[in-house]
Design a binder for this molecule. Structure first.
Ligand code: TRP
Ligand code: ZN
Length: 845
């Protein structure tokens, strides 16, 4: 359904709904192509107005008010109806078609199983309802059908031949509604809360997947414990269910008491999952569980406040991972992800504030900015007020807003009330888009050292003028012999230009700036290679040690591409010292080996006035890696030995850190032995981490054909492993082969465009291959498939169209090809609102 003129929704237009919903009773009579949904809803007038219920693609069978006929007027978006000026009961019966629902929003079927996805606005595809997060009510649900397992939110209240009933005592918005029914088996568990209540836990999966639940169950229990210990938050129902679903648009969903997960984000076993998968699953289970308080008990007034629950919950899951694993490694991983996903968004045509002020399709605002920058903003707030004040503010937040649909103003007010601070300027982090750029000048005179910072945020769409932000800049000072003379202090910058002085120093210090990446900014600091190498060797802040190496790597690659320079041996020799230092965490050393991405190098080149050539960047990267392998040939065997794991596989931080160092070393060794070692690893691997990275190296060494076949034979029945098989062939391909390999894989019998995981495995890998994608054939191929997917699954199509967001960085031939691809998508008849909004914004820049 394409609107003639796309409608824009504004934060400024917020109006409350004119009725309170006392309670909701729903009955589902399940049938794949004709499910009946009966609703009984009690409305109580508050401010009244026109009575409008959302409803899309619903066949209305009957509707009544207080038992009498309702005179409804239906549109594509819902219905209006005259109602009494007093409390009344609305009853309706509608018919929906789950099996035809490939958009995976509302009630749909995945492998014969019924499931729902209602966030953000999917409930309106299930029944007529005021589908907005500030309408909260108590739901009772009856499910009728032959499926052996029938689940909904809350606690089970009745069960019998062909039916099950659930009651959720906690008022909730409709987006947290969920229903699952099918032939499922459970992995059970239990958790005793701090007040002594025993909670039944289950992970529900398709028969055959039982063996992949133990890790998720353990992660769930750890999350429940952590939220009690760190935030004082206890679980509030008798039962907590998780369901794994194969067809799912995103990672997972926090429906009250019934979390639904993309099976890739919960199912795990050593043979089929990589260390990265395990860590991600642990984090997502925690994330969804933490939403029970930050999202569900306290929800959002409207969708503009999405960061209220997402930024905070991402921040909480990062804290959890830091506590469970290594804090410095987690911080570096988060910054890598922020720079790879959020920075391009914030510096391109899709830039928007953490709290957007308008949208056409809310599904397009589940972004890295709302989630990850939203979490960074909370980290800055905590750094500014301190840990103790943060804890008091959070206690007040839960106490004051439990049961509310809250706003960012409510959130900031609890901080103002607990600390007495004025957060007016800080609030710009929620309204001003774009990444601030910070420059630094230093001055040394008579024992006084001065740092002068300047901040500037470039214009972004709709925001030509920018104001200074509050920046917490964590700084430490080192003496020339490497001792720390001033430990980490947080400088609070509020002006466009501001100086900070340090007295009583006996020698000009070397500054370590933006420790722990204390603010999400681009630090444009001109520093000599020698000074960076000094920080690489001596900084006490793990993040900035890593950052020093990464800056050297970036400058090295830029010089190779732009000036035809050779690899920077000063950096390589400094890095060698870190690599051989056995007192350093192997995971940290592995991160040191991971340079900036080719896309980041392209951005730096574009920012400094050059036109990036993706093939030249690719070639420089290859040359650099070859040089590393040659220069460190003598060191690699001992590093490999140090990284070897002899105990049985465990996905913990210690073992996975060793494996990440080991696989980084394997990738360098492959450049020396043309894959002989990788072949040996492949032949003996007993876990997916090693098997997959060995396969990647065999493919890159041009000797992977046999292994690829073997892998396919071994794993053809495991859909999650086959997603890796699809993706790897593209990401490990030579840039000139990428488009042809992608095209060939779309003809593979196991390619299924209706499954988002498989579609993303293939086209996400294409879009992620910098030199393979950024060419006319790459753009055209992605456009072809986005056009095919849009009528089925607009949400995933729109999300994947962001691959084009950097198109203006490149040369005119590439720009013309990207523009043509985007215009072809835009001109597709019947294009969804989701994709049309995205493509229009990307083209508009
Ligand atoms: N609220 C979910 C989370 O952050 C994500 C989510 C939003 C989602 N919309 C969705 C998940 C649509 C699946 C489908 O955890
Ligand atoms: Zn979330």
């Amino acid at each position: 359904m394409k609107d003639a003129a796309p409608k824009t929704i504004y934060l400024a237009d917020y109006q409350p709904f004119g009725w309170r919903v006392e309670d909701v009773h729903l009955t589902f009579r399940l049938a794949p192509d004709a499910t009946r949904v009966l609703s009984r809803i009690r409305f109580v007038p508050t401010t009244g107005g026109e009575f409008f219920l959302h409803g899309e693609k619903l066949k209305l069978i009957s509707a009544s008010i207080d038992g009498g006929p309702a005179e409804v007027t239906q549109t594509d978006e819902g219905l209006t109806c005259p109602v009494p000026d007093a409390p009344f009961t609305w009853e309706a019966e509608v018919e929906i078609d789950p099996i035809a629902n490939k958009a995976l929003e509302g009630l749909y079927m995945s492998n014969g199983m019924y499931c729902t996805q209602c966030e953000a606005e999917g409930f309106r595809k299930i029944t007529f309802y005021p589908d907005r997060p500030d309408v909260m009510s108590v739901f009772t649900v009856r499910i009728e059908g032959d499926e052996p397992v029938k689940l909904s939110n809350g606690n089970p209240v009745a069960k019998g031949e062909g039916f099950a009933e659930w009651h959720d005592p906690w008022p909730k918005p409709a987006y947290l509604f969920a229903l699952v029914a099918g032939d499922l088996v459970n992995h059970p568990g239990s958790f005793t809360t701090k007040s002594g209540k025993e909670i039944e836990l289950n992970i529900w999966v398709r028969p055959g997947d039982e063996g992949k639940c133990a890790f998720g169950m353990q992660a769930l229990k750890e999350s429940m414990k952590w939220d009690e210990d760190v935030y004082g938050r206890e679980y509030d129902l008798d039962i907590f269910n998780i369901v794994a679903v194969d067809d799912f648009n995103m990672g997972a969903m926090e429906n009250k008491g019934l979390n639904i997960f993309n099976s890739s984000c919960v199912l795990a076993s050593p043979e089929t999952s990589t260390d990265m998968n395990f860590e991600r699953i642990e984090a997502i289970i925690a994330h969804e569980y933490f939403h029970n308080w930050t999202g569900n008990r306290i929800t959002c007034r409207d969708w503009f406040q999405l960061c209220l629950k997402e930024g905070l919950t991402v921040y909480r899951d990062s804290q959890f991972t830091s506590d469970m694993r290594s804090a410095p490694v987690k911080r570096i991983d988060d910054v890598i992800a922020l720079r790879a996903r959020q920075f391009p968004e914030d510096q391109g045509p899709l830039s928007h504030p953490v709290r957007p002020e308008s949208f056409q399709e809310i599904n397009n605002f589940y972004t890295a900015t709302v989630y990850e920058k939203g979490a960074e903003v909370i980290g800055m707030l905590k750094r500014l007020v301190g840990d103790a004040a943060y804890a008091r503010a959070l206690d007040l937040y839960f106490e004051r807003h439990d049961g509310d649909a809250a706003t960012i103003e409510d959130w900031l007010k609890v901080f103002e009330d607990t600390t007495g601070r004025d957060l007016t300027q800080f609030k710009r982090w929620y309204s001003q888009s774009g990444t601030p750029r910070v420059t630094v000048a230093e001055d040394w005179a008579d024992g006084t050292y001065t740092l002068t910072f300047k901040q500037m945020t470039p214009p972004t769409p709709g925001q030509p003028e920018k104001l200074p932000q509050v920046l917490p800049i964590a700084v430490g000072l080192l003496s020339p012999n490497g001792d720390e003379v001033v430990p980490t202090t947080v400088l609070e910058m509020t002006e466009a230009e501001q100086s900070f002085t340090f007295d009583g120093l006996s020698a000009k210090p070397i500054p370590s700036i933006l420790r722990e990446f204390s603010a999400p900014v681009v630090l444009d600091r001109v520093v000599s290679r020698e000074e960076r190498a000094f920080l690489l060797a001596h900084d006490t802040d793990a993040f900035n040690r890593w950052e020093a190496s990464r800056d050297l790597a970036r400058d090295c690659l830029v010089a190779m591409v732009r000036d035809g320079a050779g690899p920077d041996t000063l950096w390589l020799d400094g890095l060698r010292e870190v690599l051989r230092d056995e007192s350093q965490d192997p995971a940290f050393r592995a991160l040191m080996l991971q340079g900036p991405s080719q896309s980041e190098i392209a951005q730096v080149l574009a920012d400094t006035g050059s036109t990036p050539d993706p093939m030249a960047i690719w070639q420089a990267n290859e040359t650099l890696l070859d040089t590393m392998a040659d220069r460190w040939a003598d060191l690699l065997p001992s590093l490999a030995a140090e990284a070897a794991v002899t105990e049985p596989y465990a996905p913990n931080a210690e073992q996975s850190g060793k494996r990440s160092l080991g696989t980084a070393v394997m990738a360098l060794q492959r450049r020396l032995d043309s894959g002989a070692n990788a072949q040996a690893v492949f032949d003996h691997a007993d876990n997916m981490t090693l098997q997959l990275s060995a396969l990647a190296n065999l493919l890159r060494a041009g000797r992977g054909t046999e292994a690829l076949k073997q892998f396919e034979t071994q794993w053809q029945d495991d859909r999650l492993v086959m997603d890796k098989w699809f993706g790897l062939q593209i990401s490990a391909a030579h840039p000139d082969e990428v488009v042809a390999v992608t095209e060939a894989l779309t003809r593979h019998p196991a390619f299924d465009m209706t499954n988002p995981n498989r579609f993303r495995a293939v086209f996400g890998a294409l879009a992620g291959h910098h030199a393979g994608f950024h060419r006319p054939e790459g753009y055209a191929l992605l456009a072809d498939w986005l056009i095919k997917l849009d009528p089925l699954n607009p949400q995933t199509t729109a999300r994947m169209s962001t691959a084009f967001q950097t198109w203006r960085r490149y040369d005119s031939a590439r720009q013309a090809a990207a523009k043509a691809a985007l215009e072809r998508i835009a001109a597709t008849p019947g294009l969804s609102r989701d994709t049309s909004e995205m493509v229009t914004r990307i083209l508009a820049s």
